[in-house]
Design a protein around this ligand. Sequence first.
Ligand code: PAF
Length: 287
Amino acid sequence: MPVPRVVHSVRQLRGDVADARSAGRTIGLVPTMGALHEGHLSLVKAAREQCDTTIVTIFVNPTQFGPHEDFDRYPRTMERDLQLLSQVGTDIVFAPDRPTIFPEGFSTYVEPPAVAQRWEGECRPGHFRGVTTVVLKLFNLVGADVAFFGQKDFQQARVIQCMVDDLAVPVSVRVCPTVRESDGLALSSRNRYLDDAQRSRALALWNSLLAAKQLVERGERQARSVCDRMRQRLIESGVDRIDYAALVDPVTLQPVERVQQRTVAIVAAVVGPTRLIDNLEIEPGPI
Ligand code: PAF
């Protein structure tokens, strides 16, 4: 597997991209904030399968964290990240410092699309403004053919797809399935904040999603009943706060009243000091 070439400057990055382009290679981009896990590696593997050159970016984006969020303690594990990327094979790692992305005087931001308004948008004001701004900048810097994101951040993937459509950004967005532990816990860089007891409680998110799916499969069509069951599961398992537990339309992200077609159950809750999100697609079968 190729050991990634690590570049820090825009000049180096653009040089490498130009070389790949002149060799007729397609480029796959995997934007990350580091603290990599199997979920990220599945995106890198997809990029390697679908594109000739794989570029992973590692940048903990300050503008997508709220003032009381975990920017300062967000895990920074560059050496381990590079080892993992060598194992799966990555051509280039772009790891800019803060002034490279947000130089002195930076003042232009993306106004996120409508699908950003609810859920994470409500709970984390400014979050998607930061995400869309940095992702658009990375798109502009790399000029990739395809960019890979995880289904785990379902709303983020939808927000980025809408931005790409609305602003005619010349990149295809691919969304890859959530990677889970064997007991169902969705992989997340923030899982490393959890101690054993909190990790057990964190499973409540997945269990609440499974409960929603089962209820719909048994014929329940009232979203309110399904959401009540999700909340009940979360409370029983002792999460410390529920931010939302909802059934939404997969395109508009508006809450549905009845589960008539493909729907996504979404959940966000706090366990100890850690805020977690998860989601599951639900397809109502015939009753
Ligand atoms: O999903 C993430 O890790 C981040 O939101 C992203 C897309 C890398 C932007 O900073």
